[in-house]
Structure formats: C-alpha cells, structure tokens
Design a protein around this ligand. Structure first.
Ligand code: ZN
Length: 80
C-alpha cells in the first residue's frame, strides 16, 4: 500500500491532529487506532475504516457490534 502514515502520541497530540490535521492533509483513518494518521494530499478526506484490513466497512462495523456473520476476510483480526 503506497502512502505515508504516522503514529502520534500522546493522546492530546492525536486529538489535536484529529481536529486540525486536515490543514496538513493528515487524517485519522481507523476507528480503533486513535494514534494512526495518514497523509492524503489533494483535499479529500479518506473514508474512516473500522480497523486496518477492513475491506467492507459496513460489514466490519456490524460485526464489531455483534450483529453480523463472520467475515472470512478478517478471520483472526477480531477486536473484542
Ligand atoms: Zn500506525
């Protein structure tokens, strides 16, 4: 996967970046990784995914909520 990513700590820094990162084309991209930001130039905010490796956000979110059948793509990557 091409791109630039950075992991930010402490929490206060990540919260700041989540609020103001768009100025620098830095966006939080995963629901479950508050520290992880990716550089996406071009002015378009990337879609937020439930977690890394998720290829079907609606399915991943439903599964995380315990309301969907297992997604074979994500076997072994459950967050419970
Ligand atoms: Zn990361």
């Amino acid at each position: 996967m091409a791109g630039t990513a950075l992991d930010v700590r402490p929490t206060e820094g990540a919260l700041w970046l989540e609020r103001y990162g768009a100025r620098y084309h830095l966006y939080r991209v995963y629901d479950n990784e508050w520290w992880h930001f990716e550089y996406h130039p071009g002015g378009r905010r990337p879609a937020r995914l439930p977690h890394p490796g998720c290829v079907a956000p609606a399915s991943c979110r439903a599964r995380a909520a315990g309301t969907a059948a297992a997604d074979p793509v994500l076997t072994g990557r459950r967050n419970r």
